[in-house]
Design a protein around this ligand. Structure first.
Ligand SMILES: Cc1cc2nc3c(=O)[nH]c(=O)nc-3n(C[C@H](O)[C@H](O)[C@H](O)COP(=O)(O)OP(=O)(O)OC[C@H]3O[C@@H](n4cnc5c(N)ncnc54)[C@H](O)[C@@H]3O)c2cc1C
Length: 399
C-alpha cells in the first residue's frame, strides 16, 4: 500500500488527542487522522475522576482551565447534558501551616479573577452535612467549578471531529514513527500514513514514543488510584467536589447516588505498558480512614470498584505542549501532571490555533509560551513525580 498523505497525524485518542482533532478540523485543517493502538479513553482519560477546578497554581493554568470549563459546558448542553455539571469545589485543612498557605491561595486566586472564598467550619458543614469539621482551620470554596465525565467528553470530541472530516484509526498495533523525505511516517503492518505534522498526544506513552525516535522529553509516568463507592444513605446525589488536604483524599459525586474518591499520586515511575491496574488494599483502607474521621456519613460506604491509571509528571509541573525542539513538524501535547482532563479543551484550542496559523513561526506558539517543550531544549536532570493537588503557586511574570 502506498503511504497515505495527511496534514496532521495525532498519536493518542485520549481526551487530549480527541480535543485537538475537534479544534483542528473546526479550523479547516485537514486531512487529520487520530491513531490509537487501543480505543478512545483507553489510557488515563477513561480512569480519571473528572474534577475541573480553577484552584490552580498559575495564571496561565487558570485561563486554560476556564476555557475548558466553558467548552465542556457548551458541548454537554448540545450533546449529552449528563457529561458536565457545575457543583463547586471545596478544600480544607486542620493544619496551621497549610491553613496559612490556603489563605494566601485565596488572595492569589482572586487576583486571577477566580471566584473563590474562604469558608469557616459551620459553612463547610452546611455544604457537607455528613462531614465533621469542628477542628478545621481553613476551607476554601470555588462555586463555579465542575465535574465532567471524561470518557463521554472524549467521545463528543471524537464524534464532532469525525463529522467534520477527521479520520480515526484504532486497534492496530503501533509499527513505529519515522522521518522520510521531509515527512513523518506513522507505520503499522498494514498501512503507512505520511504526515506533514505529527502531534504525540499519547499520555504516559509519549515518553517512549519520543525516546525511540531520539527526541526525549522530561516525562515521568506515575500511578494514581480511584474508586467508586455507594454511601449507605441516599440524599447525597449532588454535592461539591471536595479535597481533604491533610489526607490528600478527594471525592466527587457520581451518578445514581454513588461517589468517586481518589488519593493523589504515587511518587515512583511506572511503565504504562505494565502496571497494576487494580486498586491496592492500602488505598482502599486509606479512603476508609479518611471517611471514618472526616466524613462519617460515608464511613460505611460500599466499595464497588477500585482501579489505577497512569499519568505523567514533568519537572516543573507544567505540561509539555508545542514543537519538539530540533524536529521539524513534530509536536507534543502531554505531561499534564494529573490534570489533563481539566486542561484538554483550552490547551487543544491554543495548539490548534498555532497549527492552523500554518507558518510554523515561533510567534504562533506564544499563547503556549509557559508550556513549550523548548524550555528543556538544553537537557534535563532526572526527577521524580510530584503530588497532584499541591498548594504551591505563584505568578511568574512571564505567564
Ligand atoms: C485515577 C485518576 C484520576 C484523575 N483525576 C483527574 C481529575 O479529576 N481531573 C483532571 O483534570 N485529570 C485527572 N486525571 C488525569 C487525566 O486522566 C489525564 O491527565 C488525562 O486523561 C490525560 O489525557 P491524555 O489524552 O493526554 O492521555 P491518555 O488518556 O492517557 O491517552 C493516551 C492515549 O495514547 C494511546 N497510545 C499509547 N501508545 C500509543 C502509540 N504508540 N501511538 C498512539 N497512541 C498511543 C493510549 O492507548 C491512550 O489511549 C486523573 C487520572 C487518573 C488515573
Amino acid at each position: 500500500m502506498p503511504p497515505e498523505p495527511v496534514e496532521v497525524a495525532i498519536l493518542g485518542a485520549g481526551i487530549a488527542g480527541c480535543a485537538l482533532a475537534h479544534h483542528l478540523v473546526g479550523r479547516g485543517v485537514g486531512p487529520v487522522i487520530v491513531y490509537d493502538p487501543r480505543t478512545p479513553s483507553a489510557g488515563a482519560t477513561g480512569r480519571a475522576a473528572g474534577i475541573v477546578t480553577e484552584q490552580l497554581w498559575n495564571r496561565w493554568d487558570v485561563a486554560v482551565t476556564r476555557d475548558t470549563k466553558v467548552e465542556y459546558a457548551a458541548l454537554a448542553r448540545r450533546w449529552d447534558p449528563s457529561a458536565y455539571a457545575t457543583n463547586g469545589f471545596a478544600r480544607w485543612t486542620r493544619e496551621p501551616v497549610a491553613a496559612q498557605v490556603l489563605e494566601e491561595a485565596v488572595e492569589r486566586l482572586r487576583q486571577w479573577n477566580v471566584d473563590v472564598r474562604s469558608l469557616d467550619a459551620p459553612e463547610l458543614g452546611r455544604k457537607l452535612p455528613w462531614g465533621r469539621f469542628d477542628d478545621i482551620r481553613r476551607a476554601i470554596w470555588s462555586p463555579g467549578d465542575g465535574v465532567v465525565t471524561p470518557s463521554t467528553m472524549t467521545e463528543i470530541y471524537a464524534e464532532t471531529a469525525r463529522q467534520a472530516g477527521a479520520e480515526f484509526w484504532f486497534g492496530t498495533p503501533f509499527g513505529g514513527l519515522g522521518r522520510s523525505d521531509g515527512r513523518w511516517e506513522l507505520r503499522s503492518a498494514s498501512r503507512t500514513v505520511r504526515a506533514k505534522r505529527v502531534v504525540v498526544a499519547a499520555g504516559a506513552w509519549s515518553k517512549r514514543i519520543l525516546r525511540e525516535i531520539g527526541r526525549p522529553i522530561p516525562l515521568v509516568p506515575y500511578r494514581t488510584q480511584a474508586a467508586v463507592l455507594r454511601p449507605p444513605s441516599p440524599g447525597a446525589d449532588f454535592f461539591p467536589s471536595i479535597h481533604d488536604i491533610d489526607t490528600d483524599v478527594y471525592v466527587r459525586p457520581e451518578s445514581n447516588g454513588r461517589i468517586l474518591a481518589g488519593d493523589g499520586t504515587e511518587l515512583v515511575e511506572v511503565d504504562p505498558e505494565n502496571f497494576r491496574t487494580g486498586g491496592d488494599e492500602g488505598f482502599v483502607s486509606h479512603l476508609a480512614e479518611c471517611f471514618a474521621t472526616r466524613l462519617p456519613g460515608w464511613a460505611d460506604a460500599e466499595l464497588l470498584r477500585a482501579w489505577a491509571g497512569v499519568c505523567s509528571s514533568t519537572p516543573d509541573r507544567r505540561p509539555l505542549v508545542g514543537p519538539v525542539p530540533g524536529a521539524e513538524g513534530l509536536l507534543v501535547m502531554a505531561g499534564f501532571n494529573g490534570f489533563g482532563v481539566m486542561r484538554a479543551g483550552g490547551v487543544a484550542r491554543r495548539l490548534a490555533e498555532a497549527l492552523s496559523a500554518g507558518d510554523g513561526s515561533r510567534s504562533a506558539y506564544e499563547p503556549l509560551a509557559p508550556v513549550l517543550p523548548e524550555r528543556f531544549a538544553s537537557g534535563f536532570p532526572p526527577f521524580a513525580p510530584r503530588p497532584g493537588f499541591t498548594l504551591e503557586g505563584g505568578d511568574d511574570p512571564r505567564f
